[in-house]
Ligand binder design. Structure first.
Ligand code: ZN
Length: 265
């Protein structure tokens, strides 16, 4: 599942077609069945934005296409005088100099209203973290943090990897209920995710502390990292049981081990 930062990179690459009247076609029958090519053929592509894990392509006349790339979906962009790709893409958008092709959907044509159902994008310029914390406070406070922060209707852009890393940096357990986490802790966790994902959009790579490191030592305290399925989608949560206790676990600790775990070099 691509994370928000990779979709921002994609949205940048697609900017070469913005302002162009595009020819659209769907060589792949599954792409044809979506009706997207027919809906956008001959229209001017007005803007392309990454919103969370979606790329929204906005065409003249209020036609919005949402491209949500799951595991195998991808876009390719080439100059028309470069060799054509082999195979049958789901959607081809051709301008005067550039061509973008979309492979292994899914795509959906949306009205502008449905496009607004997606929560505020963590990576949008001027994204307001206090407002996002406010949105988190308006959903059921019994929901687990590790599930609410990847709910794209609440805040868009965070995927499983950045979730695990941000919670570890914020010392927040994915198994805490929203009620068990302070506004400050939520905001700091979001701020870390935002900064790390923005750096990633600009091509910087960071090392992982917990994601896919089950059984290896926590970089902060050495305790083995744990993992377990969490939420309806059964995503795998990764966390350090010592650095990221839930409120209940914290209260259950002996005084000598309460609060933050000892830091080992
Ligand atoms: Zn730890």
């Amino acid at each position: 599942m691509p994370e928000g930062d990779s979709l921002h990179r994609l949205a940048r690459r697609l900017q070469v077609l913005v302002g162009e009247r595009v020819e659209a076609e769907s060589p792949n029958p599954r792409g044809l069945a979506t009706g997207v090519a027919r809906a956008v053929d001959g229209r001017v592509l007005e803007r392309v934005d990454a919103v969370g894990k979606n790329v929204l392509l906005q065409f003249e006349g209020g036609v919005v296409v949402r491209s949500h790339l799951r595991m195998n979906g991808r876009w390719r962009v080439r100059r028309l005088d470069d060799p054509a790709w082999r195979g049958t893409p789901w959607l081809v958008l051709r301008g005067s100099e550039w061509e973008a092709t979309q492979w292994n959907g899914p795509m959906l044509q949306l009205g502008a209203h449905t496009a607004r159902m997606i929560g505020p994008d963590l990576l949008a310029p001027g994204a307001d973290l206090a407002e996002i914390v406010g949105r988190l406070r308006r959903v059921d406070q019994a929901r687990l943090v590790g599930e609410a922060l990847v709910d794209q209707r609440v805040v868009a852009g965070i995927g499983n990897m950045w979730l695990a890393e941000a919670l570890w940096h914020g010392l927040v357990s994915p198994w805490s209920s929203l009620a068990g986490v302070s506004d400050d802790d939520l905001q700091q966790t979001l701020a870390w995710a935002q900064a790390a994902m923005r750096a990633s959009v600009d091509g910087q790579r960071s090392s992982r502390a917990v994601y896919r490191r089950t059984g290896r030592g926590c970089p902060r305290c050495g305790e083995p990292i744990r993992s377990r399925g969490l939420g309806d989608a059964n995503r795998t949560a990764y966390w350090c049981p010592a650095c990221q206790p839930t409120a209940t676990e914290r209260e259950g600790f002996e005084p000598s081990t309460s609060g933050l775990p000892p830091v080992t070099p």
